[in-house]
Design a protein. Sequence first.
Length: 150
Amino acid sequence: MNESIPQISTSKFFRLLFRAPNLEQFVKNNAGEMQLPSFSEYITQLCKRQEVVAERIIKRANIERSFGHQIFKGSRNPSRDTVLQLAFGFEADVDTAQELLKYARMSALYPRMKRDAAILYCLYHHFSIMEAQQVLHEMGLPLLGNGETK
């Protein structure tokens, strides 16, 4: 498993990039910092850090069991909604949910979009997936995992 989680903070990495006299040399010198583990590697590492098994995350995320295991194995790629469901499965805070989206190579939650704002609110207040679905339903917004694609 690739354990290459970046070691330099993103803000410091921005400064290094913007101060670099030569982009090609910057990329060459920082190649190790510019690689993210795959999504499946990242969520497996997250399970280990939280000392929880994938099965529990999948169940709390309300994701179909075999599909969830395929995501953890890396044989299937999740949609943005599935990543967000996993965030609820991990009982993630906002920062961890944004990290999950980043490692899945998907757009971050954006508070100026009504649906994203509702999801952010639910994550911040530690709602369960079912409570979040209720909020989305009450606001007339698409439910998580309701056929939305990447």
